[in-house]
Structure formats: C-alpha cells, structure tokens
Design a protein around this ligand. Structure first.
Ligand code: ZN
Length: 59
C-alpha cells in the first residue's frame, strides 16, 4: 500500500475535466469520472442528479 501518497481512501479514479452542464438541474459540471460520449452530451447529469437516478434504479 505504498503507492498512494494522498493519504486516505486507497483508490483514485481518473477524472475528466471539462465544461459541461447538467441536463436536469442545469448545474455546471467540471469533472466527470468517465469520458462523456459526445452524442450524449445533452443527457449529462451532475453528481447529485446522477446519485438520485442511481438510487431510483435500485428499487
Ligand atoms: Zn443536476
């Protein structure tokens, strides 16, 4: 466990930086844990809306 000098969680996801907008609440999105598909730019969700959606899927 020596290759993490950030201290903490132990795994780090690659984050993609950009300038997008949430299709649901309109919030600015500057970082995503995946590379957004250009054809789905209009379906991007901010972290919060994404969490809500995931939660609603899991019932
Ligand atoms: Zn949102």
């Amino acid at each position: 466990m020596a290759f993490n000098d950030q201290g903490g969680a132990g795994f780090q996801k690659k984050m993609y930086q950009g300038n997008w907008q949430c299709s649901k609440c309109g919030a600015a999105i500057t970082e995503l844990p995946f590379e957004p598909d250009p054809s789905r730019m209009d379906k991007l969700l901010c972290r919060q809306c994404h969490m809500e959606r995931v939660r609603s899927f899991r019932r």
